[in-house]
Design a protein around this ligand. Structure first.
Ligand code: IMP
Ligand code: MG
Length: 173
């Protein structure tokens, strides 16, 4: 079955916003270097674009997590599928995510990363669906707040497809 995808945020809007966030992060971290932690797979497109717009020194690492529980509802207990290659001790860490939905995954993940002793730990997400929040999670940088609709593109998938769309779209079945 082929779904229709309606454009919610155009390529230009997303690119412009990522430049703005990159500039803001560069100002906030002036004189420091940033260790970006990408949550695979969804965060990868956003992280690459964001990293290019940050003007302070940047290092990168990747992790992959899966949530226990049903496909439609994350339980908040996170299994590490691929852990980071580098320790976080003493680093200024910025976690880069595609979307914060219920907040279950991120609140668990942020607590776990905090225990690894970073100098600082912040969260940057391209999209935020505040209406869906079940667990409070502090987001330091947000690209866009969006309504409660299922979105794809820019790393976000529907059944592993559509991650490569250069814009954010809503799947219409
Ligand atoms: P939560 O915040 O723990 O509920 O889970 C967030 C994760 O659910 C994200 O990292 C995405 O992988 C996935 N997700 C939530 N909303 C969407 C959406 O609209 N499209 C695609 N994936 C989504
Ligand atoms: Mg994700």
């Amino acid at each position: 079955m082929q779904e229709r995808v309606r454009v919610l945020l155009s390529e230009e809007e997303v690119d412009t916003r990522i430049r703005e966030i990159g500039e803001q992060i560069s100002r906030d971290y002036a004189g420091k270097s940033i260790h970006l932690v990408c949550v695979l797979k969804g965060g990868s497109f956003f992280m690459c674009e964001l990293a290019k717009r940050i003007s302070v020194p940047v290092s990168l690492d990747f992790m992959s997590v899966s949530s226990y529980g049903s496909d439609t509802k994350s339980s908040g207990v996170v299994k590490i599928v691929k852990d980071l290659d580098e320790p976080l001790q003493g680093k200024d860490v910025l976690v880069v995510e595609d979307i914060v939905d219920s907040g279950r995954t991120l609140s668990y993940l942020m607590e776990m990363l905090q225990d690894r002793g970073p100098a600082s730990l912040r969260l940057c997400t391209l999209l935020d669906k505040p209406d869906r929040r079940v667990i409070d999670v502090k987001v330091d940088y947000t690209g866009f707040q969006i309504p409660d609709e299922f979105v794809v593109g820019y790393g976000l998938d529907y059944d592993q497809m559509y991650r490569n769309l250069p814009y954010i779209g809503v799947v219409e079945k």
